[in-house]
Design a protein around this ligand. Structure first.
Ligand SMILES: [Zn+2]
Ligand SMILES: [Zn+2]
Length: 257
């Protein structure tokens, strides 16, 4: 058996998950960036390779090696006011997601650390878990700012057939019908009793709290029509069910005026 040829393609651009992990390390060592032999750099390189293997993008031996990690840490310099305020400039090169990730997380290192812990915990279990990072993204469902790993964990949880069935049974028992919790849409009333079960289930827990092995509770789930569920996931900063409901009601009022 011959081993797969090592590709000479250049390494792919850093994904959002990778940038989130790298920014966390950058902020920990902001005042003096670690070198290629630093244990934190090596640990990050290892995590990135786990993700790279799971997504199928780590085709080169040099994929996210210690050198690459150190380069990326340097890339964050140019977005860091505590560095550039002194008249220094960081490396000019880098991808534009660095700035977005910086803007979203750099001023909230606590939240960032929680997101990083959740990504790492879930990445460790990937080979044995139902999270498939190599599958194509669901069309219309935007990857969250917390990245692909936690987005996929969310999607796996809200598509768990058993818990979805129990959620619908509970709602039917309580309310006698399945209605969208954001807009009130009622499938059976509109289309007939035989389509009663046609409604999406959305997992409401914040992504940074998703730990592997957690049991989904019925209270963690919300029933949403396909439209409202799409709206929740229609941008990088996912909307809450309450926000979608508010928008729906505010616009409804305008239409009625
Ligand atoms: Zn709806
Ligand atoms: Zn959802």
């Amino acid at each position: 058996m011959t081993s797969a040829p090592i590709s000479n393609q250049s390494n792919p651009a850093w994904s959002r998950d990778e940038l989130v992990l790298a920014l966390n390390l950058y902020l920990l060592h902001r005042n003096g960036l670690p070198g290629v032999n630093h244990p934190d750099v090596l640990a990050l390189s290892q995590s990135l390779n786990l993700i790279g293997n799971a997504t199928g993008v780590s085709k080169n031996q040099s994929f996210r090696n210690a050198n690459g990690v150190c380069m990326k840490l340097n890339n964050f310099r140019r977005w860091d006011p505590s560095y550039t305020n002194n008249g220094r400039t960081g490396l000019a090169k880098g991808n534009k997601d660095e700035q977005l990730v910086w803007l979203e997380f750099a001023n909230d290192p606590e939240r960032l650390a929680e997101v990083v812990a959740a990504i790492n915990a879930n990445v460790q279990t990937i080979p044995a878990s139902p999270i498939d990072l190599s599958a194509a993204d669901d069309p219309g469902f935007f990857e969250a700012e917390e990245g692909k790993v936690l987005t996929r964990v969310h999607r796996v949880r809200e598509r768990d057939k058993k818990i979805v069935k129990r959620k619908k049974e509970e709602a039917l028992k309580q309310h006698g019908a399945l209605q969208c919790e954001a807009c009130g849409f009622n499938f059976s009333q509109t289309y007939g009793a035989d389509v009663e079960g046609v409604i999406d289930v959305h997992h409401t827990k914040p992504l940074h709290t998703l730990q592997p092995g957690d049991k989904t509770k019925l209270a963690d789930l919300a029933l949403l029509c396909a439209n409202c569920h799409r709206v929740v996931h229609s941008q990088r900063k996912w909307l809450s069910v309450a926000e979608v409901k508010e928008r729906y009601q505010a616009n409804l009022k305008q239409i009625q005026m």
